[in-house]
Design a protein around this ligand. Structure first.
Ligand code: SF4
Length: 341
């Protein structure tokens, strides 16, 4: 069996399953992607969680808890504002949301002590695991926001922060790719922790299990048998994505999948309803659409072997953005074949 090539992550697999053309554009052509305000806010919250997860910053954490204000620590305020300005989410509404979501995440069992004192507490635990043995072959890569290990109970609590405006529903509740991926990674990294559970915290909601709409989603623990089944599924996905071609890119586009029958954001919904770039809704705001639906110019960065390694939109280009040792060229993307042919 050949060695796995593509590093599989939960988001990479979800993209491939959602739309083959979107996968081709993002991961093979390396086209630039638009990041929305929600994603930018989320990355700032994650950054603060990572910093305040370090023991030497416990004083900062305590002060924020005491004042109930993330901005009460000047260095944290400066950092949030610096990133918010860079990402253009420094208006009053966005800053308020960042402050509220960050405080919410910090307030909920941030050091994992509710169950017991954890033996180990890890922030941003990264993993890059290759398994190629007999019939199973895959490579998985990613990181876990917070991982608490309790030796006595042989228990690993896997925590992921979410800043989306809806909690999981439909398929995401029963067969969740992140849950499967993180549980499998934890099994590889800490095999002695036989019991594992993933916990997703949706920071826009009340982090109280008894709340009318709770932001805490605890997944059913996965058995070894479940994880073995996932490893077999990963082996198939690995084979498909390692050999992914332009023909594959045209074979399972979201636009051909119809509208979803459950509540999930999938199928044609992924394309968005805009029929042209910049189309407005009745209230004057822009209609959302998939970032690969319409045409655009972009700069492609290539390494010394001529391989595409990244890109940026035409209006975001500056020579400083070009990675070291790379060349660049301007290119035109003519839009998604399902909508722009
Ligand atoms: S517009 Fe629809 S079909 Fe085209 S890439 Fe986006 S999600 Fe896929």
């Amino acid at each position: 069996m050949t060695q796995p090539q593509t590093a599989l992550s939960a988001s990479r697999i979800k993209t491939a399953q959602g739309c083959s053309w979107l996968y081709w554009c993002k991961y093979k052509l390396k086209l630039p992607d638009t990041s929305n305000d929600g994603a930018k806010r989320g990355s700032i919250c994650h950054l603060i969680f990572e910093l305040l997860g370090e023991k030497r910053r416990k004083g900062h954490y305590d002060k924020i808890m005491e004042t109930q204000d993330v901005f009460s620590v000047p260095s944290i305020k400066r950092l949030i504002m610096k990133h918010a300005r860079r990402d253009e989410v420094d208006d009053e509404d966005n800053i308020q949301l960042i402050k509220e979501m960050t405080f919410n995440g910090l307030s909920y069992d941030f050091f994992g002590g509710d169950l017991d004192k954890p033996t180990k507490e890890l922030s941003e635990q990264d993993f890059d695991i290759v398994k190629s043995d007999g019939k199973i072959s895959y490579r998985i890569r990613g990181f876990i926001d917070k991982l608490f290990l309790y030796k006595k109970q042989k228990f690993a609590l896997i925590r992921d922060f979410k800043t989306s405006k809806e909690v999981f529903k439909g398929k995401d509740l029963e067969d969740n790719m992140q849950d499967l991926m993180y549980s499998l990674a934890t099994k590889h990294l800490y095999p002695e922790y036989e019991n594992k559970q993933s916990e997703f915290l949706f920071l826009k909601f009340e982090l109280d299990q008894n709340a009318k709409k709770s932001g805490i989603i605890r997944m059913e623990p996965l058995s070894d048998e479940d994880l073995l089944g996932f490893e077999m599924q990963l082996t198939q996905i690995q084979k498909y994505l390692d050999g992914f071609s332009e023909d594959d890119a045209l074979s399972n586009m979201a636009a051909s999948q119809g509208f979803p029958s459950d509540n999930s954001f999938s199928g044609r919904l992924l394309c968005g309803f805009a029929t042209k770039k910049g189309e407005l809704k009745k209230d004057g705001t822009k209609k959302w659409h998939c970032s690969m639906k319409f045409d655009f110019f972009y700069y492609l960065f290539k390494n010394s072997k001529g391989q595409a390694v990244g890109s940026c939109f035409e209006d975001e280009f500056s020579e400083d953005a070009v990675p070291e040792g790379c060349t660049y060229e301007i290119r035109y993307y003519k839009g998604c074949p399902s909508h722009c042919s």
